[in-house]
Design a binder for this molecule. Structure first.
Ligand SMILES: C[S@@+](CC[C@H](N)C(=O)[O-])C[C@H]1O[C@@H](n2cnc3c(N)ncnc32)[C@H](O)[C@@H]1O
Length: 457
């Protein structure tokens, strides 16, 4: 090894320690190998200073290399739920007609979370025991902040938590009712009943939220006739799945990757009532990277959206110096401001705004007003100007959007937003520090930076 290489390796070594030899992870690795997972031999699990547990490569990885390849039966996906006879009986052998009563009432994510509590309640009798044992015990999303702190954080973060809370609590009460009314004809269901609590369900919900990957199984299963199956409870699609080991890879906004479902030609599209494990024994799920990774560096994939509001509230982490962050403004609040400054919108203006979608995507980022925000302000200011074609004017904003009149007009409202965030930050400084709160404070400071830049321009 040359001097430069040695130096680089030493520098990298300081940033992580490998954890492949920890007892639980040895068990996880040998279980995965036994179950047929094929992962790139260069990869090992490690704990990194900045991101926590993740995947490290010991040798160079080049774009196009496969990272992990799993048999479909080793992922928890829609077919796992459908093929689990005992789980399906919870719904089908029930004192209430729950498929009918709760038709389209929950998301697939909620159903997956319910299934995860069911699996967890089986302890070491469960096929997924080793996998479940290695999942994080807690999640660092603001949902879990104490109420007195939640009250002080910015409205944007708070409104995401409120939405999460509604989804989680509503689905929890539905599942609780279903479980209370099921005919408990096995120990598995008895245990499930006694383990089903809001706290366990919240853990499961955020396990699914933070770890699932997109997986489209329409090439192998026919999801059309679902009326008498548990899928009639859901109001969205089933395209998410938990994939052991793959879910150890952390996120980077700069990473690019692709997944593939590798299907043996003979596997046709199976109707949901004909599913069995054998059919999928030849179907595999594979993930490739489109990046190069140096030896002894962390391997990342991209989870999708990378703005910090999403990362903090859905995944529980914050990316510093994130240029794509933005501060949203609610149309109703803008409307109140317009009324206050004597620029009440007419019905014609309101119809124009709604028809052109100018009441959505209203935000300010480090580059200034969003296209829609700018367009909305044009409608406010120029709709009734003579010789102005407002539609043409709005679309010219794609080329030039620095009309001082519009910017100065909205500044007082932006200043008020800034003052409110600063006041919240000051209240938050009274609470003792913790990782989740720090993430929220970091994001709010980013909002301050964005708004101050806008006001100064
Ligand atoms: C799919 S899991 C990745 C593996 C996870 N770190 C573990 O120990 O099991 C997603 C979670 O990893 C963490 N994570 C992912 N990317 C991260 C990053 N760039 N920085 C910090 N934490 C990250 C977050 O807690 C996130 O909810």
């Amino acid at each position: 090894m040359g001097r430069t290489q040695r130096k680089r390796r030493h520098k990298n070594l300081l940033k992580f320690y490998t954890c492949n030899n920890e007892k639980d992870l040895i068990l996880l690795n040998s279980w995965l190998a036994k179950e047929g997972v094929r992962y790139n031999k260069k990869l090992v699990l490690a704990v990194f200073n900045d991101t926590g547990r993740g995947v490290l490569t010991k040798k160079k990885i080049t774009a196009g290399e496969e990272l992990i390849n799993l048999p479909l039966n080793l992922t928890i996906n829609v077919t796992s739920l459908l093929m689990d006879v005992v789980f399906c009986r919870v719904f089908l052998e029930n004192k209430i007609p729950c498929l009918h009563k709760y038709n389209c009432k929950v998301t697939f994510q909620s159903l997956m979370a319910f299934y995860l509590v069911y699996l967890k309640s089986q302890g070491n009798e469960c096929k997924w025991y080793i996998y479940l044992k290695n999942l994080p015990k807690i999640y660092t999303v603001p949902y879990f902040l104490p109420n007195e702190i939640k009250k002080c954080i910015d409205d944007e973060i708070h409104s995401v938590i409120v939405k999460q809370k509604n989804i989680i609590e509503n689905s929890f009460y539905i599942f609780d009712e279903i479980l209370k009314n099921t005919i408990p004809n096995s120990d598995i269901v008895q245990n499930f009943r006694s383990n089903f609590s809001l706290c366990n369900y919240e853990w499961a919900y955020f396990t699914v939220n933070t770890r699932c990957v997109y997986m489209d199984l329409t090439k192998v299963i026919d999801l059309k006739n679902i009326e008498s199956s548990i899928l009639c409870l859901i109001n969205d699609n089933t395209k998410i799945s938990l994939c052991p080991y793959l879910d150890m890879i952390n996120h980077s906004p700069n990473s690019r990757n692709e997944t593939k479902l590798l299907v043996n030609k003979e596997v046709g599209i199976t109707p949901i009532n004909n599913l069995n494990e054998k059919i999928f024994s030849d179907v595999r799920f594979s993930i490739y990277t489109k990046n190069n990774f140096d030896p002894y560096t962390q391997v990342f994939i991209c989870y999708g959206d990378s703005h910090n509001l999403k990362l903090i509230t859905e995944y529980g982490f914050y990316l510093p110096s994130n240029d794509i962050d933005f501060v949203s403004f609610n149309f109703d609040k803008i409307n109140i401001y317009l009324n206050m400054v004597g620029s009440k919108l007419s019905n014609d203006q309101l119809a124009f705004i709604s028809n052109h979608g100018l009441n959505k995507e209203l935000y300010i980022d480090l580059r200034g007003l969003s296209f829609n925000f700018y367009g909305l302000l044009m409608v406010v200011k120029y709709y009734y100007s003579q010789n102005v074609d407002i539609s043409r004017l709005i679309y010219s904003a794609a080329v030039c959007s620095d009309d001082r009149v519009l910017i100065e007009f909205i500044k007082p409202m932006v200043k008020e937003r800034l003052v409110n965030i600063q006041a919240s930050l000051s209240k938050l400084s009274n609470f003792s520090k913790c990782f989740i709160l720090d993430n929220c404070i970091n994001l709010m400071c980013q909002y301050v930076k964005i708004l101050e830049k806008f006001i100064k321009c």
